[in-house]
Design a protein around this ligand. Structure first.
Ligand code: HEM
Length: 382
């Protein structure tokens, strides 16, 4: 995290000290919240907070996608869209989807690992996510497209996310940033209209059509998936593999595979790939004894809130305070959470498939990226 975003790292660490307290106003940034319960209260309070308006991610999107974002990214239009889209990703459909799209890539990595080769988990994670995105966006790719083609899909999604870098202090984008984001979205969602019209209900766009989600809404959703589900998922996969190694807890998991879901949950908690969630204050409100005024912005430092519970520990019971704050909360709770969990679980299963422990041969941190991640994480079995 420190290598990827040094300034954010300093903020997240400083905010975790008892001197700062659960809610504090920070010059230039606005309100900063580190308490998990207060953060969840804010995420659930749609009467006083919105993600449309300075400080919220919807504000970024409105500038790139247009004013229809105002109708479907928050408020009654969004609530209605989430209702229609409630079955888009479920635990029941996400496991098979990840297996079909990512299973062969992870299995190929696992075979090489078992044969004694050194493999790059971070690169495999990016390939997995690139494939998932191509599938979800209905991108027409040749059947024999090489990994490089999917790494390119990932890199394009990553470029889109990086345009949001620097928005911690303001979500107003420069005109050239808006133009670049529009070009990237046009490229990656180019096949959405045709796939929306023709794809079977077993696909995301087919399910959107069947659920009465319009093409415009599906295109907005597709753009959101790209930003929300690209770097975050790849980050969680690589960093959870590293955490299991660094804490020595891979041995516990090797001995008891029923701990897999706990490993995924702890990996998501400790890494919190989306370390900050922003909101715009739409009505004056009191939070944690502090008065927030309409027009101000709030940053919920979910990384700090989630990590206050302690270090990575497979035996840690479910924590009712944090719950799954790494996926946000309230109406905007991550739509792709079941997919993300299935991706991380599939990667961990692949890494442990040989039944032997692994060592990290070499690691390099990604720098200048929105979501802290490994540029490369090369492992080999012992
Ligand atoms: C480990 C991986 C992931 C993490 C940590 C994560 C985290 C989050 C968080 C914190 C939010 C809430 C943002 C807010 O309230 O402003 C969110 C929203 C969202 N996520 Fe994820 N996400 C992940 C993976 C994915 C994946 C794989 C997909 C899609 C396949 C996805 C799709 C979405 C969408 C569409 C939203 C917007 C939901 C809404 O506004 O109603 N995410 N995600």
């Amino acid at each position: 995290m420190r290598a990827s975003q040094p300034a954010l790292w300093a903020l997240l660490k400083a905010a975790g000290t008892p001197l700062v307290g659960p809610v504090r106003k920070v010059p230039r940034l606005g309100w900063v919240v580190t308490d998990p319960i207060l953060a969840r209260n804010i995420l659930n309070d749609h009467g006083h907070f919105t993600l449309l308006g300075e400080g919220g991610v919807g504000h970024l999107w409105q500038q790139v996608l247009g004013d229809y974002v105002l109708r479907i990214f928050d408020g009654p239009g969004h609530a209605d869209l989430r209702k229609r889209g409630r079955d888009l990703f479920t635990d029941a459909n996400s496991g098979p989807l990840v297996e079909a799209v990512a299973g062969p890539v992870v299995d190929a990595m696992a075979e090489r690992l078992a044969a004694g080769a050194t493999v790059d988990v971070a690169r495999t994670a990016r390939t997995v996510v690139g494939r998932m995105m191509a599938d979800l966006l209905g991108l027409r790719m040749p059947d024999d497209a090489p990994d490089a083609a999917y790494l390119e899909v990932f890199a394009t999604g990553e470029r889109l996310a990086s345009l949001a870098l620097g928005s911690t202090a303001s979500t107003v984008l420069k005109p050239q940033t808006v133009a670049e984001a529009k070009t990237i979205i046009a490229k990656l969602t180019r096949d959405v209209p045709e796939s929306y019209a023709t794809a079977p209900p077993s696909t995301l766009l087919g399910r959107c059509r069947e659920a009465g989600i319009s093409l415009e809404e599906a295109r907005g959703l597709a753009s959101l998936l790209l930003v929300a589900g690209t770097e975050t998922a790849a980050s969680a996969m690589g960093r959870t593999v590293a955490l299991l190694h660094d804490t020595g807890q891979q041995h516990a998991l090797l001995g008891d595979r029923s701990l897999l879901a706990d490993a995924v949950r702890e990996g998501l908690r400790v890494t919190t790939p989306a370390p900050v969630i922003g909101r715009h204050v739409s009505q004056d409100v009191e939070i944690g004894g502090r008065r927030m005024r309409s027009g101000e912005r709030v940053l919920m430092l979910t990384y700090t809130a989630n990590n206050a519970a302690g270090r990575f520990d497979l035996r840690r019971p479910y924590d009712p305070e944090t719950r799954q704050l790494w996926f946000g909360g309230g109406r905007h709770l991550c739509l792709g959470a079941p997919v993300a969990r299935a991706e991380v679980a599939r990667m961990l299963s692949g890494v442990l498939a040989s039944g032997r422990p692994y060592r990290v041969v070499e690691r390099r941190y990604a720098r200048g990226v929105l979501i802290p991640s490994y540029a490369s994480l090369r492992i080999a079995v012992l």
